[in-house]
Design a protein around this ligand. Structure first.
Ligand SMILES: Nc1nc(=O)c2c([nH]1)NC[C@@H]1CN(c3ccc(C(=O)N[C@@H](CCC(=O)O)C(=O)O)cc3)C=[N+]21
Length: 293
């Protein structure tokens, strides 16, 4: 019996319509157009696709966007100077420094330099701290997108056993915090590449979030029959395997065991972009209400 498809494209489209309406109301009331500045260093092809998707989504939602590209060889000082300029620019509300950055640049130093009120990725320690205290300023884009998908698919989290496979700063750790938060009330296990009996731990999950960054890593033997499986993976397959995008889930096999499942593409990715739009409006609201800087 194949799993119920959790349609990220459809959920993202509905979510973006709501953001678009809220942006129109905000701009009508304040005369301010929210603006997202995307910073890209070098020519990472995957990043180019995502940045283009984000810019297109911004335009459709009535959000202005600008692209600030530095060469692969840019120094950390160059990038920090650009971030400071964007921090100081009152017409820029959200700043997104596209990851990964080239090896000569310390990602943590750059992400820490983004003004907390403009940190629409929710990567800054201040915003991660607020999130961990259950009073988030911004929703972490991909984890919040996952929560929206679970809600849209009416997958219950309260009292459910949730297993997060992966412990990254971008997805795994904030994902665990959102599932643990009051209102979501899941019982959360975070596992990773060093977890013993990984398959057995994953099989305990009613809700299983795969965010380990390895193509088709989650196999059918790791899934409890009927569980909801959310695939956060965005792995580019080598041309020898047909190229294209694959998730962290072995989709065809898991589709026969899971109760509900997200596809890649068409699942979490579109939600990541949709939540980024919401965060950019939130940033504009915070900076227009005269919130202390
Ligand atoms: N500072 C920063 N913030 C990010 O949020 C961030 C980042 N850096 N670096 C890269 C990752 C990746 N990411 C995606 C965004 C959209 C899709 C997306 O729209 N995916 C479509 C398919 C897109 C395609 O055709 O390749 C889908 O899954 O349906 C995927 C991945 C955001 N990221």
């Amino acid at each position: 019996m194949p799993a119920r498809l959790i349609d990220g494209k459809q959920t993202a489209a509905a979510y973006r319509e709501r953001v678009k309406a809220d942006v129109a109301a905000f701009t009508q009331k304040t005369g301010v157009t929210p603006h997202l500045a995307a910073v890209v260093v070098g020519e990472n092809p995957a990043s180019a696709v995502y940045v283009r998707n984000k810019q297109r989504a911004c335009e459709q939602a009535g959000i202005g966007s600008s692209l600030h590209a530095l060469p692969e060889s840019a120094s950390q000082a160059d990038l920090l100077a650009l971030v400071q300029d964007l921090n100081a620019d009152p017409a820029v509300h959200g700043i997104l420094v596209q990851l990964p950055l080239p090896g000569q640049i310390d990602e943590r130093a750059v992400l820490d330099a983004v003004a907390p009120l403009k940190d629409v990725d929710c990567f800054h320690p201040e915003n991660v701290g607020l999130l961990s205290q259950g009073r988030p300023r911004f929703a972490p884009c991909t984890p919040a997108g996952v929560m929206e998908l679970l809600a849209a698919a009416e997958v219950p989290t309260a009292s459910a056993r949730a297993v997060v496979l992966g412990r990254s700063e971008i997805v795994g750790k904030p994902m665990a915090m959102l599932l643990l938060a009051r209102g979501a009330d899941a019982t959360v296990t975070v596992c990773h590449s060093r977890t013993a009996d990984l398959a057995a731990v994953c099989r305990e999950a009613d809700v299983l979030i795969a965010a380990i960054g390895r193509a088709k890593f989650l196999t059918a033997d790791m899934v409890k029959p009927g569980a909801a499986v959310i695939d956060v993976g965005i792995n580019r397959l080598p041309d020898s395997e047909g190229g294209g995008l694959a998730g962290d889930v072995d989709y065809d096999a898991v589709n026969e065991v899971a109760g509900a499942l997200t596809p890649v593409p068409g699942g979490v990715g579109p939600m990541t972009v949709a939540v980024l739009l919401r965060n950019t409006l939130t940033a504009a609201e915070l900076q227009t209400a005269g919130e202390p800087g």
